[in-house]
Design a protein around this ligand. Structure first.
Ligand SMILES: [Zn+2]
Length: 131
């Protein structure tokens, strides 16, 4: 159930209360009891519907947080190939032992989430390569 179902049930409950008010004028104990039972059942359904809705809102909030994390990771560098939650950040950079003459660097990157490290070649004349 969702919020729409809860609202429709609440509408039903209000209808029952309206009926009860009418009954009050020409007091009929049996009819009153039946309407009260109706009201309790409807309100119990409203409660279930609302707690279901709260649950799914909570699940959505978690999903949104997860997606926000991914967006941050993906938009602020290369995503970690291991955990896919963090992103790789350069923690060290040095000249490549063989290709320093061409400006090539060897960069060490560490995942901001799981701590995984890997080395990439950085060639200013080319796109970064993984070793
Ligand atoms: Zn990671």
């Amino acid at each position: 159930m969702d919020i729409a179902a809860a609202l429709s049930l609440l509408g039903q409950a209000i209808g029952v209360v309206k009926d009860l008010r009418e009954l009050d004028k020409g007091f009929d104990a049996a009819a009153l009891k039946a309407k009260m039972a109706d009201l309790y059942a409807t309100l119990a359904d409203v409660k279930i519907a609302l707690s279901d809705a709260r649950e799914s809102i909570h699940e959505r909030d978690l999903k949104i947080k997860e997606l926000e994390k991914k967006i941050t990771a993906l938009s602020s560098g290369e995503a970690c190939p291991l955990c896919e939650a963090g992103h790789l950040k350069v923690i060290a950079s040095q000249e490549h032992p063989d290709f320093a003459f061409a400006g090539v660097q060897e960069r060490t990157l560490r995942c901001t989430n799981c701590g995984h490290t890997e080395k990439h070649l950085y060639d200013p004349n080319d796109r970064p390569k993984r070793r």
